[in-house]
Design a protein around this ligand. Structure first.
Ligand code: HEC
Ligand code: HEC
Ligand code: CA
Ligand code: CA
Ligand code: CA
Length: 432
């Protein structure tokens, strides 16, 4: 990797509260000290900015309906959120909503009075749309050698709804994922993604990943999906503008209308709340936030764990290596060999993980392969190890044992491993 290209990658900021030192590379072959550009400082500040009720002189216009007040309040330290613990309110987890059918763009069909997302918080003049009660039950399991594990099965019930819900409302729980390395994922050429797809499972390995195709609202056309937990967003600009609008009630040029569809009468007309300069800075920030460096990659157990990960065919979806294309004006992310451990494709992971809610082409059972880079720092940075789309898994083993559907063979290969090998896979994941 060309080291001069990397100098503008923001590394100082990621996971900054904990480890301001190591975070410089994707391929982990050199030790360039990263610096931060002015544009990224602006994006960094904007990512953390806490919005307040209008009118205010800065960061004005939260809501009237919203989930949280800043990007960083959900993407904690640029890492991941959690489901609420004992009696806490929803904070870094949100619920997408829809009814059967599709929107004119082919996306989820919004719920009358609620739109496409549940908004538990509101400013004065509007009501909270409701919240979700989460109950967990435990499903006991055991490995052939007798070691036990327990899977936490959630049930979600929409409660305190401000107005009648139509029949057939579908809920999709989603916890905020980490936000580093995304520019590199955006820079993977589309033909690389489609080349990894195998929708009819021609090679008969039980894995039939396929791309999602979603709606690009700026260019008004269908585009391959890359972001969001069902690859339901085409690019970072739309993803970030969508987050401002959907998660915070902040309008931009991309989404100029407030999200408070059912209570629109409560809001006087007003100019957009975040201008293009700030939106562009946030996009640049999420595009250039560096991936944490690998740790212990030459350790013997880590190497064995990686080998086992490949032999079990975890790598059939969690693709270890990809190459980015050229991105105009962003040399930092162009033509890089990366190790994201994702194919960005949709895979049916079985009924156990299903949310039962389609999202463009994704069925309820299908999810985007989670990138595994950086996952090993979750506990250090976020203080927990809640994995999967709704944070139900409490550790790596539970995350793996929830895999079903196309990942059944890989999961069973893991399940059959002797304990020492299972531990080595976890040690490998912790090194990412
Ligand atoms: C209420 C919590 C919450 C807030 C606030 C929030 N996000 Fe997110 N973010 C999420 C969730 C949940 C997802 C996954 C969404 C999905 O699957 O549709 C996500 C996804 C993303 C992604 C895509 C990550 C990936 O791996 O595909 C980016 C980028 C992102 N958010 C940026 C932002 C920015 C920028 C802001 C502030 C403008 C923001 N988010 C505010 C919860 C939040
Ligand atoms: C058929 C494709 C496929 C295979 C094979 C597969 N995975 Fe996954 N993996 C996924 C998808 C899709 C998700 C996201 C599921 C969700 O969020 O509900 C995921 C999520 C994960 C997560 C949680 C990531 C996070 O950020 O929350 C871990 C850890 C993981 N996989 C490890 C493994 C290991 C280890 C194996 C091999 C034993 C494996 N996976 C095999 C597709 C696959
Ligand atoms: Ca607003
Ligand atoms: Ca709503
Ligand atoms: Ca296949």
């Amino acid at each position: 990797m060309n080291s001069t290209k990397k100098e503008t990658l923001v590394s100082r900021h990621i996971w900054k509260a904990f480890i301001p030192l190591v975070l410089f590379c994707f391929s982990c072959s050199d030790t360039t000290t990263p610096s931060v550009t002015e544009e990224n400082d602006e994006g960094d500040v904007a990512f953390e900015a806490k919005f307040v009720t209008a009118p205010a002189s800065v960061n004005s216009g939260i809501g009237p309906l919203y989930n949280n007040i800043s990007c960083a309040s959900c993407h904690t330290s640029d890492g991941r959120g959690t489901p609420p613990r004992n009696g806490e309110e929803l904070s870094s987890m949100l619920f997408r909503l829809s009814i059967p059918g599709t929107s004119p763009e082919g996306g989820p069909n919004p719920v009358p009075g609620y739109g496409g997302q549940l908004h538990p918080r509101s400013t004065y003049g509007c009501s909270s749309e409701g919240t979700v009660r989460i109950n967990y039950s435990e499903i006991q399991g055991a490995f052939p050698d007798g070691e036990t594990y327990s899977l936490r099965q959630p049930t979600y019930t929409l409660i305190n709804n401000y107005t009648t819900l139509p029949a057939g409302v579908m809920l999709s729980p989603r916890v905020a994922p980490p936000v580093f390395g995304l520019g590199l994922l955006e820079a993977i050429p589309e033909n690389v993604l489609t080349a990894n797809a195998d929708e009819t499972d021609a090679n008969k390995d039980g894995i039939s990943g396929r791309p999602n195709y979603v709606f690009d609202v700026v260019n008004k056309r269908t585009a391959i999906g890359r972001f969001g937990l069902k690859s339901n967003m085409p690019n970072l600009r739309q993803q970030n503008a969508g987050a401002y609008n959907g998660d915070m009630g902040i309008t931009t040029s991309v989404f100029p209308d407030e999200n408070s569809v059912g209570q629109i009468q409560a809001i006087p007309a007003h100019p957009i709340e975040v201008d293009d300069k700030t939106l562009d800075a946030v996009v640049h920030y999420t595009r250039t936030l560096a991936v944490p460096a690998r740790r212990n990659s030459t350790d013997e157990t880590v190497k064995r764990g990686k080998q086992l990960f490949i032999e079990a065919n975890c790598s059939g979806c969690h693709t270890p290596t990809l190459t980015t294309g050229s991105v105009a004006d962003v040399p930092e992310i162009s033509n890089q060999t990366i190790h994201p451990y994702t194919d960005l494709l949709l895979h049916d992971l079985g009924d156990g993980l299903s949310d039962g809610r389609p999202d463009f082409l994704a069925t309820g059972n299908e999810w985007r392969t989670s990138p595994l880079w950086g996952i090993g720092l979750t506990e250090l940075v976020n203080g927990h190890s809640n994995f999967l789309h709704d944070g139900r898994a409490r550790n790596y083993i539970e995350a793996i044992m929830w895999h079903g559907g196309e990942a059944t063979n890989a999961r069973d290969n893991f399940k059959k491993m002797p304990k020492g090998d299972r531990d080595a896979v976890v040690v490998f994941l912790r090194s990412l």
